[in-house]
Write a protein that binds this ligand. Structure first.
Ligand SMILES: Cc1cc2nc3c(=O)[nH]c(=O)nc-3n(C[C@H](O)[C@H](O)[C@H](O)COP(=O)(O)OP(=O)(O)OC[C@H]3O[C@@H](n4cnc5c(N)ncnc54)[C@H](O)[C@@H]3O)c2cc1C
Ligand code: SF4
Length: 476
């Protein structure tokens, strides 16, 4: 087997499989190294057993162990374990200026320039708006709460065909309904000649005479090296930063910004307890992502809200309680049993915040330092709570807390660690994902996304990967 490729891509999620297909369609010899294994419908289980979930997920902690960042670790990456909400980022996202006065998105990337790439992804992955028949009761109830305030809430977009509403989207869809990358980009890439090597963990990148070497651990042959004229980092926001940080001794001109500007996309989890007399929401039924999204608070507060469904284990994973009360004891048990069955609405709020965390290596493994208590994040949480309280009071509901004190931030939407940008001093990669100082070395995953997307991240990551692939195809 020759170890020389036109392109070596690290990671097979949205940022990796998309360029793999596009470069192969352009006649390039492409290898994808993926640390996870090939899992298909016959391997998935309808189970929330952590022993099963770790076979397809990577968990990386924050250094204070307050947050555990979760990402897909399987061929197809996050697309296999995500809950499928794929909306385009609103236009305002691309003009976001952080609290340091820096406009995070490069001028070349905005809603207009991304629209053709969004359309390519939506077409390839069969993304479409849910019908009202497909919206679980919890989503419909949240839409009613918005309606009671005179506000709008509409159905979100998903890559689902004939969904059976079983609720195990994040455990892998056993019915093959969820159109993960395993249903489209990956088989098409394989048909176009791309080689996917699974179980292979990329460690370091070394500059060579005509490209780069990628040193990796192979499950069969141990430590190996492959050469790519072009190398594309697509190991996720934490994984790509970790590989670059490990390679610093060889890539001596790397920007000190690598690993910085980490953001969780401003995700916060809030909940509501509905008043007596409303029809049961049956929170435990339906697809994981409950089908609706409101932009009603976008213009004024810079946030969107969507709803979810979930198993009873949500009470052990989160600290859901009424303000001023505790999430333990016999009274709490009784209360959670009552509200879980019929009166619980859980929401994910996403909004624009400055990326203030960073990824660093400890004994060669990545850790995340994230500081939610900084001024900008605290202000953001205050805005979310103001909106949450307004929704609660208009509906005679109670805004529930999701942490011992405060609100849980979800740990699935990591971004920003190898961000693209116009200013070389502020961004490790140029607007087309090329690592500054290293021709032919690119980043195309969520790490390249320079700021919050206002909605879930994957569609923008995917569209940006299409854009970067287009650039590589026209310049190499
Ligand atoms: C439970 C869950 C639910 C989610 N729900 C949604 C949702 O509804 N909508 C949405 O938009 N987003 C959602 N997300 C987030 C979404 O999955 C990510 O934003 C997206 O997958 C990021 O794409 P990526 O290409 O950057 O990385 P990934 O998709 O994570 O792909 C990175 C790949 O690189 C591999 N890798 C990492 N390190 C190495 C290495 N050293 N060597 C080789 N391979 C490596 C990983 O195994 C992985 O397969 C969810 C995520 C999770 C975990
Ligand atoms: S709810 Fe739908 S998409 Fe999710 S696992 Fe079940 S059938 Fe698949």
């Amino acid at each position: 087997m020759s170890n020389l490729y036109d392109a070596v891509i690290i990671g097979s999620g949205f940022g990796g499989s998309i360029p793999a297909l596009r470069l192969a369609q352009n006649g390039k010899k492409v290898l994808v190294l993926e640390q996870g294994f090939r899992n298909t419908e016959k391997d998935f289980k309808q189970s929330w057993d952590p022993k099963y979930l770790v076979t397809m997920n990577q968990i990386i902690p924050s250094d204070d162990y307050a947050v555990f960042y979760r990402s897909g670790m399987t061929l197809g990456g996050g697309s296999v374990v995500f809950s499928g909400l794929m909306n385009r980022a609103p236009s305002k996202v691309f003009s976001f200026v952080d609290y340091n006065g820096y406009k995070v998105w490069p001028d070349a990337v905005n809603r207009q320039t991304l629209d053709p790439y969004y359309a390519m992804v939506e077409q390839t992955m069969a993304v479409r708006q849910a019908t009202w028949d497909e919206v679980p009761k919890t989503g419909g109830t949240f839409a009613r709460m918005m309606d009671n305030m005179g506000l709008t809430c509409d159905r979100a977009n998903y890559p689902y065909i004939n969904c059976r509403q079983c609720g195990f989207c994040e455990a892998g869809c056993i019915y093959g309904v969820k159109q993960s990358l395993m249903h489209n980009y990956i088989p098409q890439a394989e048909a176009a000649g791309v080689e996917f090597r699974t179980g292979c963990i990329a460690m370091e990148i070394l500059p060579g005479t005509s490209g780069y070497g990628v040193r990796y651990m192979d499950p069969h042959s141990g430590e190996s090296t492959v050469q790519g004229t072009v190398v594309i980092l697509a190991a996720g926001a934490i994984g790509s930063a970790a590989i670059l940080l490990r390679s610093k001794q060889y890539l001596t001109q790397l920007s000190p910004q690598v690993g910085q500007n980490f953001s969780n996309n401003g995700d916060l989890i809030i909940g509501f307890q509905l008043p007596d007399g409303w029809p049961s929401v049956e929170y435990y039924k339906g697809r994981t992502n409950a089908g609706v999204m409101t932009y009603a608070f976008w213009d004024e507060y810079g946030i969107t809200i969507h709803t979810g469904t979930g198993p009873p284990a949500i009470f052990s994973g989160l600290n859901i309680h009424r303000p001023g009360e505790y999430a333990w004891g016999a009274g709490f048990k009784q209360w959670s049993r009552e509200i879980y069955l019929s009166k619980l609405i859980m929401c994910v709020v996403i909004g624009l915040v400055t990326g203030e965390g960073y990824v660093y290596l400890s004994n060669d493994s990545p850790l995340v330092h994230f500081s939610p208590a900084t001024r900008s994040f605290t202000d953001y949480v205050d805005r979310v709570v103001a909106v949450g309280n307004s929704i609660a009071s208009a509906n005679s509901a109670v805004l529930l807390q999701t942490r011992t004190s405060g609100y849980e931030y979800t740990a699935n939407h990591m971004l920003g660690t190898v961000r693209i940008g116009d200013d070389p001093a502020m961004s490790p990669a140029d607007p087309y994902g090329q690592i500054r100082g290293y021709r032919g070395l690119f980043v195309s995953d969520s790490g390249s996304i320079p700021g919050g997307t206002g909605v879930n991240l994957s569609l923008t990551t995917a569209a940006n990967a299409e854009r970067i692939a287009d650039y590589i195809n026209t310049h190499w």
